[in-house]
Design a binder for this molecule. Structure first.
Ligand SMILES: Nc1ncnc2c1ncn2[C@@H]1O[C@H](COP(=O)(O)OP(=O)(O)OP(=O)(O)O)[C@@H](O)[C@H]1O
Length: 192
C-alpha cells in the first residue's frame, strides 16, 4: 500500500501514521491485514444499491470499511497526497465530486459507449478524476476498482479483476494524474 504524505493527522494514533480503528490495532501491518480481512468478508455480501452517484460511491466505501473505521463513507477532512501529487483539498471534495458524478450521469454512465475501447477510455477518464478528488482518508483505490466493476456491469461488460496487473495499473493511475489517460485506458480495456 502506498502511504500518504501528510504532517499531523488527528485520525491517527498520536505519534504514529496508524489510523485509529475499531479494533484498536496500533501496528500498521496488522491493521492492513485486518482491513483486508474485513474487505474480503464484506465482498461476500451484496453491494449497496444506488444511482451510481456520489452518495452511492460513499455507500460503497461505507460497506467495505464499516468494520474498520468510524468514518467509513465519510469525506476526508485533511489534506493528503501521494508521491509528488496532492489530492483535492478537503473543502472542495463535495462540490468537485458532485460535479464529476453529474457529468457521469449526463453521459448515461457510459452505457452508450459502444466499443470496449470507448468504454475503457471513458472509464479511465472517470477514474483519473475521482482519484484526483480522492474523497476518503483511506480505501480510495479499492473503492475505485469496485465502482469500476459496477460501471462496467451497468454498461454490459464483465471486468475481470484477475487480469489486473498491479504495477502497471498503479503506474497508469499515477500517469493519469498528469492528464495522460492512455495507459490507464489500455489497462482497463485489457480487463474487459
Ligand atoms: N503518486 C500518486 N499519484 C496519484 N495517485 C496515486 C499515486 N499513488 C497511488 N495513487 C492512487 O491512489 C489510490 C490509492 O488510494 P488509497 O491508498 O486511499 O486506497 P487504498 O484502497 O487504501 O490503497 P490501495 O489502492 O493501494 O490498495 C490508487 O488508485 C492509486 O493508484
Amino acid at each position: 500500500m502506498v502511504r500518504y504524505n501528510l504532517l499531523d493527522d488527528p485520525l491517527c494514533y498520536p505519534g504514529t501514521q496508524v489510523l485509529k480503528n475499531k479494533a484498536g490495532i496500533t501496528v500498521q501491518e496488522d491493521l492492513e491485514q485486518f482491513e483486508n480481512l474485513m474487505f474480503a468478508s464484506r465482498a461476500e455480501e451484496e453491494l449497496p444499491n444506488g444511482a451510481l452517484d456520489f452518495e452511492h460511491y460513499r455507500a460503497v466505501h461505507h460497506h467495505f470499511f464499516q468494520d474498520v473505521y468510524d468514518w467509513a463513507g465519510e469525506i476526508r477532512t485533511i489534506r493528503t497526497g501521494k508521491g509528488q501529487n496532492w489530492f483535492c483539498y478537503p473543502e472542495h471534495i463535495e462540490a468537485q465530486a458532485n460535479d464529476l458524478f453529474a457529468h457521469l450521469a449526463e453521459r448515461n454512465h457510459f452505457t452508450e459507449a459502444g466499443a470496449k475501447s470507448r468504454f475503457a477510455e471513458d472509464a479511465a477518464w472517470f477514474l483519473s478524476e475521482i482519484n484526483a478528488i480522492h474523497p476518503f482518508r483511506e480505501g480510495n483505490g479499492r473503492v475505485q476498482l469496485v465502482f469500476l466493476t459496477m460501471l462496467a456491469r451497468n454498461a454490459g461488460y464483465d471486468l475481470n479483476e484477475d487480469m489486473l496487473q498491479p504495477a502497471l495499473f498503479l503506474a497508469a493511475m499515477v500517469r493519469s494524474f498528469s492528464g495522460d489517460i492512455r495507459p490507464l485506458s489500455k489497462q482497463i480495456e485489457d480487463m474487459l
